[in-house]
Ligand binder design. Structure first.
Ligand SMILES: [Fe+2]
Length: 495
């Protein structure tokens, strides 16, 4: 979840287009063996209950978030007389998963005993020597999602779960606390939005953001629970506030809060951000670029360890053209394009097998626009590795230079930065001429704009934070204006 966030790099003297913002990770047809959601393997409807006196599950601490934390590690100790490799520990939230009846109102024979699935689980012998001693200890990381938790010991594996012990419930001190503020740039350089989650309906408490010296109201959006459903989780209330008329490049603090009817205030944590610069203002700007962030659990438990199907939206060519054509390159010198799926170039093996080295027909309708409007770098995800091309137009390298680009720009550099954490993708064995650097590993890109004419690109591995690929671009406004293939009038590179 969100940590302290200094977002100086949210907006820079760069026009960045974020398209096809698919939240989910990859779902390429090459990955048919993957994609089983770990929780879906649990046959929870077959559960039987056989509580044993010798079996126990204990979780500590009993009170989470005592110091206002919104995430906390819990130690779960468990044991019983008949340990087996099929035993597993489940985390339930809400805690009371046993007494509730299943939703079928007419009650049919054989109706499942449990209609609530765990939110995560781990094998009991994940703890060393569990099979020998019949007891173990596992740590789970829990986040405040407005409900209490309980822990259960099952035997019989995931296919035929038999419940043998349940812990006492534990909960966060204030389950409704406002949590996880997300910052985003507003519609202009001097506006930021803060979006957060709480358990407070807008009629119960007044949501607001305190920032700088000004208190600004937010708006609450209610989410309604389906009347009787299984596996549905109350998402809480989502609030969004607009922080407007920000002074360029100035640091602000902000703090979310809810005022209750008795006048008391429930505060979130305090965070800071740096407002974007005025467009064209000389300033150092840095951004991080990565795609396809994995969803594996930090505590090693089985939850969203894999991906869910992604979605490809329809691009609105007019929208893209409008975005690109309204950039004032004198004041917004660096033009960065970003999309989720590969509309540029990738030597990922699946795309190579297709013969397209991209999403089919991805770049065909866009490359003239990128060339005409002189896009410096285009980023894509969906393919989970790193790859950087030469400056490129119509599949042809337009420069032999690899690391220090200067003067007139005559093609776009395409970058796959999909190593955010999802499973890694393979390359084709034959390396295309346009492919300058490939790395099948987890990593991210850091862009540093020192000023209007000097840009540093760095690719770093997540494992050690060191730079493994980099290049610089040095050029002036006139270099962006000069005519190259198809930027002023159509030509072809075919030979
Ligand atoms: Fe994807």
């Amino acid at each position: 979840m969100m940590g302290r966030r200094r977002s100086g790099g949210v907006a820079m003297a760069v026009a960045a287009l974020l398209l096809l913002a698919a939240a989910a990770a990859s779902a390429s047809p090459a990955s048919t063996l993957e994609g089983f959601q770990p929780l879906s393997k649990i046959a929870i409807h077959k559960t039987t209950v056989d509580l044993h006196d010798s079996a126990y599950v204990r979780a500590t601490p009993a009170l989470l978030g005592d110091q206002g934390e919104d995430t906390e590690w819990v130690t779960v100790k468990y044991g019983w007389a008949n340990p087996s490799a099929d035993d597993w520990i489940a985390v339930f939230s809400p805690a009371d998963f046993l007494s509730g009846s299943c939703p079928n109102p007419s009650r049919y024979p054989g109706e499942p005993l449990l209609c609530t699935a765990p939110i995560k689980y781990q094998w009991a012998n994940y703890s060393a020597n569990y099979l020998y001693w019949g007891k173990g200890s596992i740590r789970f990381q829990l986040i405040n999602q407005r409900y209490d938790f309980s822990f259960a010991l099952f035997t019989g594996g995931l296919e035929n779960p038999k419940l043998v012990a349940v812990s006492k419930p534990i909960s966060f001190k204030n389950p409704k606390a406002p949590v996880y503020p997300r910052l985003a740039q507003g519609k202009s350089y001097d506006e930021m939005t803060v979006t957060w989650t709480s358990g407070y309906d807008i009629s119960e408490a007044y949501p607001f953001v305190e920032w700088g010296m000004v208190v600004l109201s937010g708006s609450g959006a209610a989410a309604t629970a389906p009347a009787r459903t299984v596996g549905w989780r109350e998402p809480g209330f989502i609030h969004t506030a607009f922080l407007r008329d920000l002074w360029p490049n100035k640091e602000y603090y902000y703090k979310i809060g809810h005022e209750l009817s008795d006048g008391s205030i429930v505060w979130g944590k305090q965070y800071t951000f740096r407002a974007p610069p005025f467009p064209g203002q000389n300033s150092l700007q840095r951004i991080i670029v990565f795609g396809d962030m994995g969803k594996a659990e930090r505590d090693g438990s089985n939850e969203f360890a894999n991906y869910q199907p992604g979605s490809l939206n329809t691009t609105d060519r007019l929208f893209i053209e409008h975005c690109l054509s309204t950039v004032d390159r004198k004041h917004q010198p660096w033009l960065i394009f970003a999309a989720h799926r590969v509309l540029g170039y990738s030597s990922n093996s699946w795309y190579a097998d297709q013969g397209s080295f991209e999403e089919p027909e991805g770049r065909e309708s866009l490359q003239k626009l990128w060339q005409k409007h002189r896009v410096d770098v285009a980023f894509f995800g969906h393919v989970h590795n790193y790859e950087r091309t030469c400056p490129l137009y119509q599949s042809q390298c337009v420069s032999g230079e690899k690391s220090r680009f200067s003067g007139t720009m005559n093609g776009t550099i395409f970058v796959i930065a999909g190593g955010g954490g999802s499973h890694l993708s393979d390359y084709t064995s034959a390396i295309p001429k346009w492919s300058v650097f490939r790395d099948r590993d987890y990593g991210f890109v850091k862009l540093t704009a020192f000023n209007h004419s000097s840009l540093l690109f760095e690719y770093k591995k997540s494992s050690d934070g060191k730079v493994y690929d980099s290049f610089t671009v040095d050029r002036d406004y006139r270099d962006v204006l000069s005519c190259v293939h198809d930027s002023c009038y159509p030509t072809t590179l075919a030979s």
